[in-house]
Each structure stands twice: as structure tokens, then as C-alpha cells.
Design a protein around this ligand. Structure first.
Ligand SMILES: *Cc1c(COP(=O)(O)O)cnc(C)c1O
Length: 402
């Protein structure tokens, strides 16, 4: 094994997640899979072919840099949308490649019009409306000016969408805030329609909104975390399962993170382990090292706190997590040897290490823990999304599909 750890991707689980999520939206509603932040840590190059094998061909990213990566990997029939950052000097990159992007300031709208004119090709834009999150989006008092630009420059604009984003649709404390946003969005869309602006897609729903506010599902949904098999938070999971009378969780994690034991040592009672003095043995112990540390996304906050799976059992992390290594106590796990498989996230035997059980951190940290998984850990598709489709087993995780 060349690298110190590997991330395996289960295409079949991805396919089941997407089928389940699609069953929650009407047939005519498009599904955009959000693959920002390196596909939530799963790895754009390895995951994208699996997503396409599931029949999804619309992707959303945050920035042009991410869009460039997706564009190099995605199939010719797939569509790409940038939700966030496009600097003026890259507007023409997006326009030339038919990549659509959110517009939420007059500056960007004017720059897009100018770039589209220069190129002699329309810019595909999604006009983001401010509805109550107070982050990005055109405020109501800007709309007359927006409409004027859209009408005057209709020849170089393809207004493909009207959209907004919710201020925490997974948080059931915010019900009144989100419901007001939905109502405001519908009202503003109506007013724009009266002025002749009626794009193909009105879209607002992220994972939390999809589960908690079916009303937010319009012509397209932008789904991130749930496609990867994680609930946006525990509250949304419980509410959804209860409401639909489900016993089994319909979402499955698609990622497994594995490494190997690097060394096993005996340590006497009363000795400090690893840097500093944070862990003192209270008995003769067997201590093993795993070549994964905070430089690989295994946070220092898991020092004396996290667990990993080895020999089908949970082993506690002892001492501080180093940059390249962590130390575990395997005194109670029989027969642990160098080269044994270690599971950092995923299943081993009957034990499962979920991202959230990395530590006692709450489930809403899924997003952060996943996106901290660094780019340099190889991602490997171990199960094809659909039997007979795609590459199945790719070993370098970067090459094109055969
Ligand atoms: C990240 C993001 C999403 C997806 O959110 P999930 O909670 O992961 O489904 C949707 N829309 C926008 C604008 C986003 O930035």
C-alpha cells in the first residue's frame, strides 16, 4: 500500500441514496447533486463517474476552481452550475463552457452581460433572491434595476433560474423563518413573472428543506449531504423517520476510510504515551500506531477522545493525535499485528464507526468532518453504482473511465 490510508466509495449505496431522494421529489423536478468542497470530501474525480452512472447529470459547485475540476471529469451531457464565487476575470470561462452561475449583485450581472457581449454567446444565469437569510441575493428594492438589465440585455442572457437559499432548513427551531422565506420567494417569483421573467427552474431546496419543507421543492433541487448518505442533522433524521413511519434509515454512508497498523508495542504501567503528558498508562498496555494524523483530516480534537476499529472492535485513541500518526490502545483486542486493517470511518465486522461517532461531536458536524478529509488521500470506487456500468474498480481514482 503506497498511501497511508484510502477512502473507498460504494457506488451501489450512492445509487440507493439517490433513488430514495428522487422518490421524494415529483417526476418533473430536476436533481442537481452538490459536489462542492471536493464532493464533501469524497473526491470529485472518483465520485463523479459513479454519480453519472446513477443517472444524475446536473452538478453544483461553489467556485470556478471547483467547476474546472468537475468540468474536466464530467460527461459531455452533464450540466454544471456555480452557486457562489465567480470573479470577473473568470466569467468568460463559464460563459464559453456553458456553465451556469448564480448572480446576486448588480456588479456581477453587469460584468456577465459585458462578458457575454464580448464572446457573442449568452450567459446562463440563476438570479438569486434575498428572502430572509441575509447573506447573498438581490433585495427586493434592487429588483426593478435587475429586471431592466434582464430585459435590455435579453439577447446575451439566458435567465435559467430564480433561486434562494434557506437560513437553516435542518433546524426545526427556525420553522417560522423558513416558512416566511418560502412565501417571500413565491411572491417575488410571481412579481417577476408578471414582468415577463419566467425561467425554466425555480429552485430553493437543499437536503434539510427537502426533508422538512416539501413546499420548497420546485423545478430543481440542490442536494448535497443527503446524497452522500448523511442527514443534515439528527433532528431532521428523527422527525423524518417518525413522520414516515420508517424503522430503517433509508440513507447509507457511501464512504469508508481505512488504514493499517504501523507498529505494535508493549508499554509498562505508569508511562506517558505520545507527545507530552496527556496519557498515562494505568496498566501494562499494548499500544499500536496508525499512520494517519491531523495532516490527513483526523483532527487533534480527537486526542484521547476518538476511536477506530481494529480486529472488529473499537480501540480508543490515546495521547495526542500527531500530524502523521495516531496511537491507539489495543490491550483488550487480541492478536493485533502490524498490517492489520484499521477502519477510521465505516464498518468492520459488526462494528460501525460513523463520522459523528468519530467523537462525541454532534451530527451537524458531518459537513465539517467530511470536508476536512484532504485531497491527497486516494479515493477508490469499490462497488459500481449500477452493475455493468462504469469502471467498477479504479485504482488510481483519477483516470478517465475505460
Ligand atoms: C451547499 C449548498 C446546498 C446543499 O446543501 P446540503 O445541505 O448539503 O444539501 C444547496 N444550495 C446551496 C446554495 C448550497 O450552498
Amino acid at each position: 500500500m503506497l498511501h497511508t490510508s484510502y477512502i473507498e466509495l460504494d457506488g451501489a449505496a450512492l445509487n440507493r441514496n439517490i433513488a430514495f431522494l428522487r422518490s421524494l421529489v415529483p417526476d418533473g423536478t430536476s436533481f442537481s447533486m452538490v459536489v462542492k468542497a471536493n464532493a464533501y470530501g469524497h473526491g470529485i474525480e472518483s465520485l463523479l463517474p459513479l454519480i453519472e452512472d446513477c443517472g444524475v447529470n446536473h452538478f453544483s459547485v461553489f467556485s470556478v476552481a471547483e467547476a474546472m475540476r468537475v468540468q474536466r471529469t464530467m460527461g459531455a451531457n452533464s450540466d454544471l452550475m456555480i452557486l457562489g464565487f465567480v470573479d470577473d476575470d473568470h466569467l468568460s470561462w463559464a460563459i464559453e463552457r456553458d456553465v451556469s452561475f448564480f448572480v446576486f449583485t448588480l456588479e456581477r450581472l453587469r460584468a456577465a452581460i459585458a462578458a457575454a457581449r464580448d464572446l457573442g454567446r449568452p450567459a446562463r444565469i440563476h438570479v438569486e433572491l434575498e428572502t430572509g437569510m441575509h447573506r447573498t441575493g438581490f433585495c427586493e428594492d434592487q429588483l426593478p434595476e435587475v429586471v431592466e438589465l434582464l430585459q435590455n440585455d435579453a439577447a446575451v442572457l439566458e435567465v435559467e433560474g430564480l433561486c434562494t437559499h434557506y437560513a437553516g432548513a435542518e433546524d426545526l427551531q427556525s420553522v417560522d423563518r423558513i416558512e416566511e422565506q418560502i412565501a417571500t420567494f413565491r411572491r417575488l417569483c410571481g412579481e417577476l413573472r408578471d414582468q415577463g421573467i419566467e425561467p425554466r427552474y425555480r429552485h430553493t431546496a437543499c437536503s434539510g428543506a427537502l426533508f422538512n419543507y416539501p413546499d420548497s421543492i420546485m423545478d430543481l433541487v440542490r442536494i448535497g449531504i443527503a446524497s452522500y448518505g448523511f442527514w443534515p442533522n439528527q433532528e431532521t433524521r428523527s422527525a423524518f423517520l417518525r413522520q414516515h413511519g420508517l424503522r430503517e434509515d433509508p440513507l447509507e454512508r457511501i464512504l469508508t476510510w481505512k488504514s493499517k497498523i504501523l507498529s505494535v508495542n508493549h508499554v509498562p504501567e505508569g508511562a506517558y504515551v505520545s507527545y507530552g503528558k496527556t496519557y498515562l498508562t494505568t496498566r501494562p498496555s499494548r499500544i499500536a500506531t496508525v499512520p494517519v494524523g491531523y495532516g490527513y483530516g483526523f483532527g487533534r480534537d480527537l486526542s484521547n477522545n476518538g476511536h477506530v476499529l481494529v480486529g472488529g472492535q473499537r480501540a480508543p485513541v490515546v495521547g495526542t493525535v500527531n500530524m502523521n500518526m495516531l496511537v491507539i490502545d489495543v490491550t483488550e483486542i487480541e492478536g493485533v499485528e502490524v498490517h492489520d486493517e484499521v477502519v477510521l470511518i465505516g464498518r468492520q465486522g459488526d462494528q460501525v464507526m460513523t463520522v459523528s461517532s468519530f467523537s462525541d461531536m454532534n451530527n451537524s458536524m458531518n459537513y465539517e468532518l467530511l470536508t476536512r478529509l484532504p485531497d491527497h488521500i486516494p479515493r477508490i470506487a469499490t462497488t459500481p453504482a449500477v452493475v455493468g456500468a462504469g469502471a467498477g474498480l479504479t485504482t488510481d481514482g483519477a483516470g478517465p473511465r475505460p
